[in-house]
Ligand binder design. Structure first.
Ligand SMILES: Nc1ncnc2c1ncn2[C@@H]1O[C@H](COP(=O)(O)OP(=O)(O)OP(=O)(O)O)[C@@H](O)[C@H]1O
Length: 560
């Protein structure tokens, strides 16, 4: 297990980087031994009154050591950034690959995602740093063995004792690193919550409500309290580890004592080389803790990455079905909800304008998500080709780009089709005089402007029209007129509902004036279809739709 994990770490390093890194860290690991040998020789030469070659070699080695240390520091940063960058790219690709989004809403998946992507952040779970540390660690172990071998030439017993002390200290340090890491690792979820409160208290998104309700102090306080609690667990473990350093300290002390005794004996025998080598070997082992900690913490990111890769759902082949769509006895529930759709049967005929209405939470948006393949049904079958769909969700995306680029997102391969973009915008009723097509729509970006709710909605509609212009013939609009004024809603009914030829249109709306001209209206309740027919038929039926329509109409009569 340990070896497999560590091997995994090494495999993160591109071969060329691993070779250079291995060479540099090997130099760093063996240089102390050579320095010791040359120093010993220098002393011997000085004693014989003929210092010369050794002095030059020592100076050369010291310069070399300086260069290698500086090279290691610079190169280390390059490799860490490269490995962590590659992992981030892999994570993004892995998270974006599945057609569905169920995995993104799974808290355990989100935990691993933040463990694997919080590279070098507060948790210091940097896989790159761990991979580098693993190479350094191996080189240092090799260096320690080399030093011990030189010591063994003079005193095998001393070499064995020093080596045993080194390995024991290493194993103690490793266990301590593991303990500390375990505390950090389980904190992925609470730290995500803490990040949320940071964003709420200081970010722009929630700023309006935070000010209106005077929540700033409360949000900052909540973030601080949570962060303190999490940090306290780490500090408790650190303190505990510090208190339990006895054995490591005793061992180090014993090893130093042994080296000192050797120093005395060696000095008496004039055998200074041995004691110098022993001292350097000791110095090598006492600083092994940092790498151990980096390896253990970085392994957390690597394990999370492996677990994400294992859980990435297999990719179903997108169905190549004709226009329209079908729900065949479909039942569906989200992980923590009861049944949302219950044995739903619905046929959406090619070329028809179908409206779906129903109370809040009736399952209308869920139907769209199933059609788009964002979730798989629990039972039954949804026959629909997501590749033919152009969807405007209620919470459509607001890209911090220009007006034209926002539209182009509907068919990114055709972003050069300026004419098509402008046509789509005109059809969505865009006021190009007030907001030219090159206006950047983002309040965060320099020179950007924010849009009103209705303007954003027109932009999202234009995106769908642009997609439809490039071959998407199943248009789905979830609450397309929610933010539009009355005149714009009337234009919408004229231009969209009756103006699109050949395409199938699915409209979801609580505004019954938006859907009354649809070819067919289905009324959803409790995850199943309650009523089905056109406006006149449903009015004649005098059921749920008729009551909702009369209620909305009477409100206009009263206020008019
Ligand atoms: N991602 C989700 N995870 C868990 N439950 C969800 C999720 N999305 C929706 N639900 C639940 O599924 C039910 C149906 O939601 P859905 O959005 O489909 O309703 P809707 O008919 O579109 O409602 P509305 O008219 O309010 O937009 C709701 O009870 C909601 O709580």
């Amino acid at each position: 297990m340990i070896f497999r994990d560590r091997f995994r770490l090494l495999r993160l390093l591109p071969a060329s980087h691993a070779a250079v890194l291995g060479t540099i860290s090997l130099c760093l690991a063996v240089l102390p031994t050579f320095l010791a040998l040359v120093s010993g020789r220098l002393v011997a030469e000085m004693a014989a009154g003929q210092a010369g070659a050794a002095l030059g070699m020592l100076a050369g080695l010291l310069v070399l050591e300086g260069i290698v240390v500086a090279a290691m520091e610079a190169y280390r940063q390059v490799v860490v950034a490269r490995v962590d960058g590659a992992i981030r790219r892999r994570l993004r690709a892995m998270a974006a690959a599945p057609r569905g989004i169920a995995h993104l809403e799974d808290p355990a998946y989100a935990d691993d995602l933040s463990r694997a992507s919080n590279l070098g952040g507060w948790q210091n779970l940097s896989a790159g740093a761990a991979a580098v540390a693993q190479v350094v660690l191996m080189s240092r172990m090799l260096g320690a063995f080399l030093a011990a071998a030189v010591v063994a030439l003079h005193s095998p017993v001393t070499a064995a004792v020093l080596l045993a002390a080194a390995l024991t200290i290493r194993s103690i340090v490793r266990r301590q690193a593991l303990r500390l890491h375990a505390v950090v690792y389980i904190q992925a979820r609470p730290w995500r919550q803490t990040d949320y409160w940071s964003e709420v208290s200081a970010g722009g998104q929630a700023g309006k409500e935070i000010r209106v309700f005077g929540l700033a102090g409360w949000a900052v306080g909540r973030r601080t309290a949570q962060a303190r609690e999490l940090a306290a667990a780490i500090w408790r473990t650190r303190r505990d580890i510090l208190i339990h350093q006895r054995i490591a300290i005793l061992l180090s002390f014993g090893a130093v004592l042994l080296a000192s005794v050797m120093l005395g004996l060696a000095a008496q025998r004039g055998d200074l080389v041995t004691c110098l080598v022993a001292t350097f070997a000791l110095l090598g082992i006492t600083t092994i803790g940092m790498e151990e900690y980096e390896v253990e913490t970085g392994l957390g990111a690597v394990r999370a990455l492996a677990s994400l890769a294992d859980r990435t759902p297999p990719q179903p082949v997108p169905p190549q079905v004709g226009p329209g769509a079908r729900f065949e006895n479909v039942s569906f529930a989200y992980p923590n909800t009861g049944s949302v759709l219950d044995g739903l049967d619905l046929r959406i005929e090619p070329g028809e304008v179908l409206a779906i209405v129903g109370d809040n939470g009736a399952g209308k948006t869920t139907m769209i998500k199933l059609m788009a393949g964002l979730y798989e049904p629990g039972e039954g079958r949804v026959v629909c080709d997501p590749g033919r769909m152009a969807v405007m969700f209620q919470d459509f995306n607001r890209y911090p780009l220009t007006v034209a680029d926002n539209v182009a997102m509907g068919a990114p391969d055709h972003r050069d089709d300026r004419e098509g973009i402008e046509r789509a915008l005109r059809r969505a009723g865009w006021d190009a005089e007030r907001l030219p097509y090159e206006t950047v729509v983002s309040r965060e970006l320099h020179d950007g402007v924010d849009l009103s709710g209705g303007q954003w909605q027109r932009l999202a509609l234009a995106r769908v029209f642009f997609a439809a212009g490039h071959g998407r013939d199943l248009i789905v609009l979830d609450e397309p007129t929610a933010h539009l004024d009355v005149r714009a809603e009337a234009d919408f009914n004229r231009d969209v509902v009756s103006g699109v030829e050949g395409a199938t249109i699915v409209l979801i709306s609580h505004r019954l004036s938006t859907v009354r001209h649809a070819d067919r209206i289905v009324v959803m309740r409790g995850g199943a279809i309650l009523e089905d027919g056109d406006h006149n038929a449903l009015m004649a039926l005098g059921g749920h739709y008729a009551r909702m329509f009369e209620l909305q109409a009477s409100r206009f009569v009263e206020s008019g």
